[in-house]
Design a binder for this molecule. Structure first.
Ligand code: ZN
Length: 256
């Protein structure tokens, strides 16, 4: 029941914050080298957000005002927000200059109430990796909110499993069920195919990559920090992990 984000009860919230802290410790060794930037044609920043909210206890929660400053910076610097579908030409034809992919994991309700208006104001767009079994539950988005955000062209909903299990700890059959059933739910509720996947907790192993490929996904993103490059493999793309504590100067340096 623990996602990487804010829960709805005190006990669960504490447990989730612990998971966040552990996850940050796991990735912090890489933080100093969050970005090894190459030319834009080779490397694309894929930003990883969770909650956009005023929740100082959650290290992955970014303040709405901070989120707006970051997105306004991307707009002012001429970044072109992409969905994963736009990567079809990656490596064959030039992508728009200064591409960026904004992702928000788990599907928290504040991604509609707080993040969506800011995406609209700044002309940015985002991929929401939804835990499909949680949509409509307290603290999470509703399918109707996702439909509204997709209809505006601002959001693309993709799969983050049904129940958010650690993929390195479940059987091949369980992996397949999570991959196929989450895609079916997105098709049933939103009427489009899910072709991109985010590993829960960013964790994966070789079996996970095989399962994602066999289930027919074209792109998958991990919790490994840094710019995404084709050489990582389209099913093992890295992301830039956004934390509430990241100074704006660091964000500007990562995305000049
Ligand atoms: Zn997650």
């Amino acid at each position: 029941m623990i996602a990487c984000g804010v829960g709805q009860t005190g006990g669960m919230k504490t447990a989730i914050i612990i998971v966040h802290a552990l996850w940050l410790a796991y990735t912090s060794a890489f933080h100093a080298h969050n970005v090894a930037r190459k030319s834009p044609a080779e490397a694309i920043p894929i930003l990883l957000y969770h909650s956009v909210a005023d929740n100082p206890q959650d290290p992955l929660s970014v303040l709405p005002a901070r989120f707006e400053r970051q997105l306004a910076h991307l707009r002012d610097r001429g970044y072109h927000p992409l969905f994963f579908a736009d990567l079809a030409a990656w490596g064959q034809r030039p992508l728009p200059p200064k591409p960026v992919i904004i992702t928000m994991d788990d599907g928290y309700d504040n991604q509609f109430t707080a993040a969506y208006p800011i995406l609209r104001r700044t002309g940015m767009k985002a991929t929401i990796f939804a835990i499909t079994g949680r949509m409509g539950k307290p603290g999470y988005l509703t399918w109707q909110q996702l439909r509204m955000m997709e209809a505006s062209g601002t959001v693309d909903t993709q799969s983050h499993t049904v129940t958010h299990p650690d993929f390195t700890k479940i059987s091949p059959a369980q992996k397949r069920a999570e991959l196929v059933e989450s895609r079916d739910a997105i098709f049933r509720q939103l009427g489009h195919r899910s072709y991109a996947f985010a590993y829960p907790y960013g964790k994966y192993d070789q079996d996970s990559v095989v399962a994602v490929r066999l289930a027919g996904y074209r792109y998958a993103v991990t919790g490994e920090p840094g710019y995404a490059e084709r050489s990582q493999g389209l099913l093992k793309l890295h992301r830039i992990i956004m934390t509430g504590a990241m100074p704006l100067e660091d964000f500007y340096a990562l995305l000049p």
